[in-house]
Design a protein around this ligand. Structure first.
Ligand code: C2E
Ligand code: MG
Ligand code: MG
Length: 628
């Protein structure tokens, strides 16, 4: 201190120091001594000074230091961390053991708000909105849970709590609070849920979750008026496997079955394990008609049978297994959850009684339908091999009733049933994929016919319309195959017209436009079949590269008696004109219908009035005018 005093005297600068005194009473005080040099006229220096008691100030400072140290050691020891934000909710400080270890992480957060730090995961949008609203209201918040990325790339769950900080005049200054790593708790929660709702061995939903989903499915079914199906699947002779090869082999088989079942259904469907060797599959939203739902359920059932009939590899040993499957449909709230399950279970016992490795529907009528479908499919495959399918041709005429072309319509000459119309086999062919073969066959036939017609002047102008199914059209190789066929057959693409339906075009409009463009570039034409029965939205009609609309026969039928149908037909004719599309009226059966359509500007017609679909050798060409 003497040195400081001497320096101050030499340089004439003020100086100060603190001393601790002890009173006679023993009380300690801190005194601050301040000295300022004052140069006198005679050159001497006088020091003026003051003494202040700073004991209280000293004590406050000491308490502050202690409190800061206490806070530090707490945050150091705790797994929580402490943070502060400014009035714009940007982090200005992050402290604490865990945080201090990740200096890099801290740097990334400072100056940013919570929602700018990539921690958005975990909380839903609504929760974020609520959180930000709380901040805007300057409210205290607790345990706002978000996920953030650790430096090692793994996600961690964080719970953040904070309270607003106000300055002296009550001015909002920001927030301060704590953050906590709650990953362990979150993981435990997930695990608890998994144990409660999922089967431990296979990881599939358990009975509890299944019942929950079934309840939801019944609600959905009631809302949308759609059918669902429940399958009860029991492995045949599972007990034998357990008894002979041991439980661990049994478990292995169950695991493999559990991994195959989901491959037989859509991702929205449920596959559950009830226990033992009992599995349940639930399909939702499989049609508004019981017949459609039966067909879908049946085909999924077959898929499951086929999949579980493939051998299983049990520790290097090939094991063959098979299931017995009971199926029931459910619709709205017509029965309780337990009843639905019971019905599928009963049907499963019928499958067992029928010799196992098969499926049975609870409802005998459905069983009959399902069996009939299976028979029809087998029959159709054989029919294709035996060349039982043929094409009939129906004339399409112009205003003077002259034949300008034909539509090819498929028939099946069945050895027992006689001539079967397409309505009875095309839908199933579409479901089973057989339509790909049938459709390709029809395209080959019409190309051959076009080539034959091109040789004679009386027939070379005729156009050929052919119906194309959705499944056929959306096949990746559809246009490629047709282009090859046109080239190899030598058929004139300008005479070929493909009839598509609206639902087909709507399933994948981009794919449809691309394919249509590709085929149109060589001259193939496109007609929209059954127009007026689908969505008929103008916006997509404009986008599609079509040549023609076909007014559905349902409007033509009552065109003279039903003003609505007459108005629809007129509207379609006007619409087509404004879009520069041709129109064919289908199902014209009378002269009256023909005249009405003619009067309203229709230029092409098809129907029994001009000619029924017939084999090619019975097709009467330009003498049709005699009919009128
Ligand atoms: P579509 O393409 O709308 O064919 C017109 C249907 O109306 C034909 O029934 C035809 O026989 C019938 N029809 C024609 N004129 C009249 C009439 O004046 N009155 C009445 N009531 N009906 C008439 P068809 O031959 O039974 O064919 C039914 C449907 O089957 C076709 O409807 C078409 O969607 C489909 N179809 C036919 N052949 C094929 C094919 O080769 N492939 C595909 N994918 N579908 C086909
Ligand atoms: Mg058609
Ligand atoms: Mg039609």
């Amino acid at each position: 201190m003497m040195q400081v005093a001497q320096t101050a005297a030499r340089t004439l600068t003020p100086w100060q120091f603190e001393v601790r005194t002890r009173r006679r009473s023993g009380v300690q005080r801190w005194i601050l001594c301040r000295s300022t040099p004052d140069a006198q006229p005679d050159g001497s220096i006088v020091w003026c000074g003051s003494l202040s008691d700073i004991t209280a100030h000293k004590k406050t400072m000491q308490r502050l230091r202690q409190s800061e140290t206490r806070f530090r050691s707490l945050t150091e020891l705790s797994s929580d961390w402490f943070w502060e934000q400014d009035a714009q909710f940007r982090f200005v400080r992050i402290d604490g053991n865990r945080a201090v270890r990740n200096q890099e992480q801290i740097k990334r957060y400072l100056g940013k708000t919570l929602w700018e730090t990539g921690t958005q995961e975990g909380a839903r949008e609504a929760q974020w909105a609520e959180h930000r609203a709380q901040l805007a209201r300057h409210e205290t918040f607790r345990d706002f849970e978000v996920q953030r990325m650790r430096p090692n790339g793994r996600l961690m769950w964080v719970a953040i709590s904070g309270m607003p900080v106000f300055g002296e005049a009550g001015v909002f200054q920001g927030y301060r609070g704590t953050g906590r790593d709650i990953s362990v708790r979150k993981r435990a929660e997930v695990e608890i849920e998994r144990l409660a709702f999922f089967d431990v061995l296979t990881g599939l939903p358990n009975r509890r979750l299944l019942m929950d989903r079934l309840r939801q499915a019944l609600e959905l079914s009631a809302r949308r008026s759609t059918y669902g199906a429940l399958f009860f699947i029991d492995l045949d002779n599972f007990k034998n496997l357990n008894d002979t090869l041991g439980h661990h082999m049994g478990d292995e088989l169950l695991k493999q079955v559990a991994s195959r079942l989901p491959q037989c259904v859509r991702s929205i469907d449920t596959v559950a394990r009830l226990g033992g060797d009992e599995f349940v599959v639930m399909l939702e939203d499989i049609g508004t008609q019981p017949a459609d739902a039966t067909v879908i359920a049946e085909s999924v059932g077959r898929k499951i049978l086929q999949s579980l009939n493939q051998g299983f590899d049990l520790a290097g040993r090939q094991h063959l297994s098979s299931p017995s499957i009971g199926i029931t449909l459910f619709f709205q709230h017509q029965e309780s959850l337990d009843d639905v399950l019971k019905r599928a279970d009963l049907a499963m016992y019928q499958a067992k009684a029928a010799g196992r490795n098969t499926l049975r529907f609870f409802d005998p009528l459905m069983q009959t339908t399902a069996m009939a479908r299976v028979e029809l499919e087998t029959d159709m495959r054989q029919g294709l091999g035996r060349q039982e399918f043929l094409l009939y041709y129906q004339p399409v005429v112009d205003e003077q009733a002259r034949v300008t072309g034909v539509e090819a319509l498929m028939r099946w000459q069945h050895p027992l049933r006689g001539l079967v119309p397409p309505g009875e086999f095309i839908p199933l062919a579409e479901q089973t994929g057989l339509i790909l073969l049938l459709g390709q066959w029809a395209l080959e036939m019409v190309c051959t016919q076009l080539v034959a017609w091109s040789a004679a002047p009386a027939t070379q102008h005729l156009t050929m319309a052919v119906n194309v199914s959705a499944r056929q059209f959306h096949h990746p190789e559809f246009s490629g195959r047709l282009l090859t066929l046109l080239r190899t057959s030598g058929a004139n693409p300008h005479r070929l017209k493909l009839e598509l339906t609206e639902s087909l075009l709507l399933t994948d409009i981009k794919d449809a436009i691309a394919k249509m463009g590709e085929l149109r570039s060589v001259g193939v034409k496109f007609a929209l079949d059954d127009f007026g029965t689908g969505y008929s939205s103008l916006s997509y009609l404009k986008r599609l590269p079509l040549d023609q609309l076909k007014i559905d026969q349902s409007f033509v039928r009552d065109i003279l008696s039903d003003p609505n149908d007459a108005a629809i037909a007129r509207t379609i004719l006007n619409l087509a004109q404004s879009l520069d599309l041709g129109v064919v009226a289908e199902g014209v059966e009378t002269a009256g219908q023909y005249e009405f359509l003619l009067r309203n500007g229709c230029k092409a017609f098809q129907g029994y009035f001009f000619g029924r679909p017939v084999p090619v050798d019975q097709l009467r060409l330009n003498d049709s005018a005699a009919l009128i």
